[in-house]
Ligand binder design. Structure first.
Ligand SMILES: NC(=O)c1ccc[n+]([C@@H]2O[C@H](COP(=O)([O-])OP(=O)(O)OC[C@H]3O[C@@H](n4cnc5c(N)ncnc54)[C@H](O)[C@@H]3O)[C@@H](O)[C@H]2O)c1
Length: 436
């Protein structure tokens, strides 16, 4: 299959994006920057108000791009689903979390597909971008349209194209990251390739929607397993008195056959801790268990407990116990330079340490207020403490959870009594700075 042979002349004139979050918003802007009209539909009325006023609800997405698209009448944010009838192509970018029982929660996909099916016009192309298990687009999305008596490949066209967004990655943007596309049938594939080719530099067609769904899971499972591996090695090397960061730096000088992954306080973000379990769940239907995924999950889940043991050791060196110690967490976000708290290991650490009787504060330049998290209902609302000597010198220990670039780590070292660093931002000295 070549992209040129798949390009269709009937390219959509109006595109709708359902779900204007980390994935849907940059995608909407990309289409509107190419002068393709975009209806941005989101149920969150507050988010729609922010967007309509030309502001960005996401820190790393520039407000000016939004205000230009809105005032230029190429981007129409709305909470009114009936607007979807105007679109020739509708792209779903809604969340795919896990339930409390750690099973795929497809409620957002179902709700979005139901609204799209109720409002779309015949001949529409529907593309799912949310990360999910192989079979979702055909088994979950298609029936909403088929129930109306519509025939796939004739009355509506269906495709799956995984999002590979890496928020705040300066090297790659939505336009420059190659886009996988799988179609329900040859015509659906042709239309979907044609749609994305208008805004994305390289579109890669694959033979089916299931292949595209599986490829996205492979990418994220690859990361989850390799991060678990390096986290396990961190514990082993730590016991041997070897610095895992130096080991990874040394190993990555090999110009072939090695790819560096770095240890950390645990897995975070909307994707890597969650997506692999979509496959685990689906594999059970085929009487199979996903041992690598489960093992990686176990190791990564244990990492915050390893960090707490290091905090305890460091405090012990100063004759202090965890109970009643003041701990300042530096960085709440799950990764550097973003304001995203989803699944952040810093929250798990905060929870464990508070249960142990520690007094917890935090500093995060991107998260001025922590207003709670559904996974940790006991955590109280907090405000980020200022970046000032008093904030750090008052703490018995500073725990570096996120390596935001704008932090002056030399000052942290100077101001703090003790530091436990999970991100390799300071050199351990065996006296004041320790690794975890
Ligand atoms: N964030 C990333 O870096 C990233 C990267 C690759 C893939 N993904 C995948 O993309 C999907 C979306 O993730 P995200 O990070 O953009 O999520 P998000 O939470 O940032 O945004 C989702 C948006 O969808 C809206 N929404 C939910 N249900 C809706 C409905 N029924 N109708 C209309 N709007 C609805 C929400 O209000 C929210 O604004 C997920 O499947 C995720 O796994 C995310």
């Amino acid at each position: 299959m070549t992209v040129n042979s798949l390009r269709s002349s009937a390219s959509p004139k109006i595109v709708a994006v359902v779900g204007l979050g980390y994935v849907g918003l940059p995608l909407s802007l990309l289409f509107s920057q190419k002068n393709i009209k975009v209806i941005g539909f989101d149920e969150d009325i507050t988010r729609i108000k922010i967007l309509k006023s030309g502001k960005s609800p996401i820190r790393h997405i520039d407000s000016s791009a939004i205000s230009q698209a809105v005032s230029g009448k190429v981007f129409f944010p709305t909470a009114d689903a009936s607007q979807l009838k105007k679109a020739d192509a509708i792209i779903l970018c809604v969340p795919t979390p896990l339930t409390k029982q750690r099973e795929p929660d497809l409620e957002f996909i179902r709700a979005a597909a139901s609204k799209v099916a109720a409002n779309a016009q015949k001949g529409v192309l529907v593309v799912l971008e949310s990360t999910t298990y192989p079979g979702t687009t055909k088994e979950v999305v298609a029936p909403f349209f088929e129930k109306k008596g519509w025939k796939m490949g004739k009355d509506f066209f269906l495709a799956y194209s995984p999002e590979r967004e890496d928020p705040n990655n300066a090297k790659f943007s939505t336009a420059s990251i190659p886009k996988l596309v799988g179609g329900a049938d040859p015509e659906s594939l042709k239309r979907a390739v044609s749609l994305y080719s208008r805004v994305i530099q390289k579109v890669v067609p694959v033979s089916s929607m299931e292949t595209a769904e599986a490829a996205k899971l492979l990418e994220n499972i690859f990361r989850a397993v390799n991060i678990a591996l390096v986290n396990e090695l961190k514990i082993v090397f730590d016991r041997m008195g070897i610095d895992v960061w130096e080991v990874v730096d040394a190993a990555k000088t090999k110009p072939f056959g090695f790819m560096p992954f770095y240890p950390g306080p645990g897995l975070g973000g909307h994707c890597i801790p969650i997506d692999p379990f979509y496959l685990t769940w689906k594999a059970r239907e085929f009487d199979l268990s996903t041992k690598f995924i489960e093992l990686a999950g176990e190791i990564n889940t244990q990492m915050p407990f390893f960090v707490v043991s290091k905090v305890q050791d460091a405090l012990g060196k100063k004759g202090k116990a965890l109970r009643k110690s003041r701990i300042l967490i530096l960085g709440l976000a799950y990764k550097k330079d973003v304001d995203d708290l989803r699944e952040s290991p810093a929250l798990k650490l905060m929870d464990i340490l508070e249960r142990q009787g520690c007094v917890i504060d935090y500093h995060d330049p991107y998260i001025p207020v922590f207003s709670g998290d559904r996974h940790f209902p006991k955590l109280k609302t907090k405000r980020s403490k200022p970046f000032a000597e008093a904030t750090f010198s008052k703490a018995d220990l500073v725990l570096v959870c996120t390596n935001h670039s704008q932090i002056d780590y030399a000052k942290i070292k100077k101001w703090s009594k003790l530091v436990v660093d999970t991100r390799n931002v300071l050199k351990p000295d065996g006296k004041k700075v320790f690794r975890a």
